[in-house]
Design a protein around this ligand. Structure first.
Ligand SMILES: [Zn+2]
Length: 282
């Protein structure tokens, strides 16, 4: 085993051959079908058994990642058309928002749901994508430019701090259980670049992890943070008004008794978009 600096604890130690995505996920994606999983990166979607790997972590930190989230996520993620343990756990309880293809749950209150592990796992993948470039298929993906948040995530993953300020994570589950939508792994990609924040997403075996970075993340988004407040959502279909659903969700979130102001659309702008008849009635 080569000796070097562990990217997480920064100690000089023997380094393990770490996978970008734990090997167990590739096994799940291959199980049943016998085919290689579909991997998606910034330029292509392809079927491959190639696993991005590098000497990144010492044994202790690998164990920290396994124990901190990977093992639990592997047990509870999508496995087949009939098996998605976390999905089954949510379906059995009443969501606090259920509208327009968007259901949101108080994951923290559901027995057996270890939301901290899910959030820790998501954070570990975003962090891994930030510390180095990984080979995916035949090309190297660019590093996620997380700036100061990279170090903040490292300290959180090391157990030295809580969820860093300026970081929000929202975890959603796929509503459908077919192979097509779930036997897929998408590398982290830039989802939104706004003046107030940037957000990135990645997908694996039935989950979409969405992480926001910035000190001006809109409060309604912060209020439905899976990592802090334990909310989970099942998205039934792609919806253009997803962000407004998020605001709805935040308004109904049990932990936020305070009124939340959704962003107001200036009336004049609505007028100019829709003409003299005025805005459409919903
Ligand atoms: Zn280490």
């Amino acid at each position: 085993m080569p000796v070097g600096t562990c990217a997480l604890c920064l100690e000089t130690r023997e380094l393990r051959d770490s996978h970008f995505l734990p090997a167990g996920f590739y096994r799940i994606m291959r199980e049943g079908s016998g085919e290689d999983p579909v991997l998606v990166n910034k330029s292509a979607a392809f079927m491959s058994s190639a696993q991005a790997r590098a000497h990144l972590l010492c044994g202790e930190c690998e164990h920290r990642f396994n124990d901190g989230g990977e093992d639990w996520v592997l047990k509870n993620c999508w496995r087949s058309r009939t098996k998605f343990p976390l999905h089954s756990a949510l379906i059995g309880v009443t969501p606090f928002v259920d509208e327009q293809g968007f259901r949101s749950y108080e994951g923290k209150k559901i027995p057996g749901v270890e939301i901290d592990k899910l959030a820790y796992f998501g954070a570990s993948i975003f962090w891994r994508a930030a510390v180095r470039r990984w080979m995916v298929g035949k090309e190297k993906d660019a590093r996620l430019p997380l700036g100061p948040y990279q170090e903040a995530l490292r300290l959180y993953l090391l157990g030295k701090t809580g969820i860093p300020d300026g970081v929000v994570q929202i975890v959603t589950l796929s509503a459908v259980l077919d192979d097509l939508h779930n036997r897929v792994s998408a590398m982290p990609w830039l989802f939104e670049r706004k003046p107030e924040y940037r957000s990135y997403k990645f997908m694996v075996t039935g989950f979409t992890f969405h992480m926001f970075f910035g000190m001006m993340i809109p409060k309604p988004i912060g209020r439905i943070c899976s990592a802090r407040h334990g909310f989970l959502a099942i998205v039934l279909r792609r919806s253009e008004s997803r962000s407004s659903l998020m605001f709805t969700c935040a308004r109904h979130a049990p932990s936020s008794r305070l009124a939340i102001r959704a962003p107001r659309r200036p009336a004049w702008r609505t007028y100019f978009r829709t003409g003299p008849k005025g805005p459409p009635r919903n």
